[in-house]
Design a protein around this ligand. Structure first.
Ligand code: GLY
Length: 392
């Protein structure tokens, strides 16, 4: 962060709100702000690397076994999804691929099932019911939970496209292929950002407000943020039509059936991979073993596409939301496995914060749990403990 040499106090009064990151979070926030009549510019380095193009699109606070404030945020966001999707579809004229397929989580025993953190929110399935829900499931799965309130959205091929189109329709400006190099501040107040485009040209954009939503790369701009990448490798399979009706969320592997017969298979969770690009033999073997352990017949379904991406993770796997150490800069990053699920609530929250609208009570009550500096060392004898989260 540096101070601009000649800050011009009035220059940026009419400057747009800058959205630093053109992934799902950035587009969702830009769209909500534009709907409220704000001038918005999205700055995006390389849209294809956004987690929104990589994720499986599960809307799964219960199936993923979330707990505490993260579960509450997930539930709140899940509840907003239908109206959020309706707005995007109305503005863009494009479908988002929202499907209420429900999600089944299989277990090795009924004891394991009953101990699942979100068991109380699901319908208990015995062995017979489980195998009726998921024909072809490997025989050693003995019990299950059906979360019919969870679902999925086709983020990769529909939601991202529809959101971008909705943003354009609402007058959002885009700067593509542009990297934000640094934040410009004066007395801890945001003044603008310095950027470089794909041809190497440097530029300064003035603003009073911005939202940092650069996914796994967020700490590159604000190094104090505890955001790091967790790589995921995935693939899709072409299935016989109707072969899988519900999402199956097994330990380490899940299968997400799309409308058109594709099944998205995810995902490795590689904490030591950093930003290393590409597929790996080990990652592909993990996925293959996961498929045959869940649904043996699926191993014969032809693979269509393979890809990878980087989840933006934090030490407690919860997002960083709200104010930052820079006045005027808001944070919407670190959603780890739950970005698609939490996009709707995050977009509403950021639009409220940036436009100075009161935040609805239930969302406001959750905000302290997601402050960026909740990980600061506490004064306990064990100095490796930060806010109850063990650091390695
Ligand atoms: N939410 C699924 C994943 O991140 O793999």
């Amino acid at each position: 962060m540096t101070t601009p040499q000649q800050p011009r106090a009035n220059l940026h009064q009419s400057a747009p709100i800058l959205i630093l990151g053109g992934g799902l979070m950035g587009l969702a926030i830009a769209h909500q702000l534009a709907r409220r009549g704000e001038a918005v510019t999205v700055i995006s380095r390389r849209r294809s690397e956004a987690a929104g193009f990589v994720a499986a699109g599960m809307l799964a606070p219960h199936a993923e076994g979330l707990s505490g404030a993260l579960l509450q945020l997930g539930q709140l966001s899940l509840g907003r999804v239908p109206s959020w999707v309706a707005q995007i579809e109305a503005d863009s004229g494009l479908p988002c691929g929202l499907r209420s397929t429900g999600i089944v989580v299989p277990f090795r025993s009924s004891t394991e099932r009953d101990q699942y953190p979100t068991a109380a929110f699901g319908e208990s399935l015995d062995r017979g019911q489980l195998h009726q829900e998921i024909p072809g499931l490997a025989p050693d799965w003995a019990a299950g939970l059906l979360f019919s309130q969870d679902g999925q959205i086709d983020n990769r091929r529909q939601l991202m496209r529809a959101l971008e189109s909705a943003c354009v329709d609402r007058g959002v400006h885009f700067q593509e292929g542009v990297e934000v190099l640094e934040l410009l501040t004066e007395n801890h107040q945001l003044q603008g950002v310095r950027t470089r485009n794909s041809e190497g040209m440097l530029n300064t954009l003035r603003c009073r407000k911005a939202v940092l939503c650069s996914g796994a790369w967020s700490a590159q701009l604000l190094p104090e943020l505890p955001v790091f990448p967790v790589k995921g490798q995935m693939l899709s399979l072409q299935t016989p039509r109707g072969a899988l009706r519900r999402v199956v969320f097994g330990p380490g592997t899940y299968l997400v059936p799309r409308e058109d017969g594709l099944v998205v298979v995810g995902a490795t969770s590689e904490r030591d991979a950093g930003f290393s690009e590409g597929l790996t033999p080990q990652g592909q073997t993990t996925l293959k073993d996961g498929i045959s352990g869940l649904l043996p017949q699926a191993i014969d379904w032809p693979p269509m596409e393979r890809w990878w991406g980087f989840r933006p993770c934090t030490p407690d796997e919860g997002p960083l939301l709200g104010d930052s150490s820079v006045s005027g800069l808001f944070l919407a990053c670190g959603h780890h496995r739950n970005g698609v699920l939490m996009a709707s609530a995050t977009a509403e929250l950021m639009a409220d914060l940036c436009s100075g609208t009161p935040i609805r009570d239930d969302l406001a009550a959750l905000l302290p749990h997601f402050r960026w500096n909740r990980f600061k060392p506490t004064k306990t004898p064990q100095d490796r403990l930060v806010s109850g989260v063990e650091c390695s």
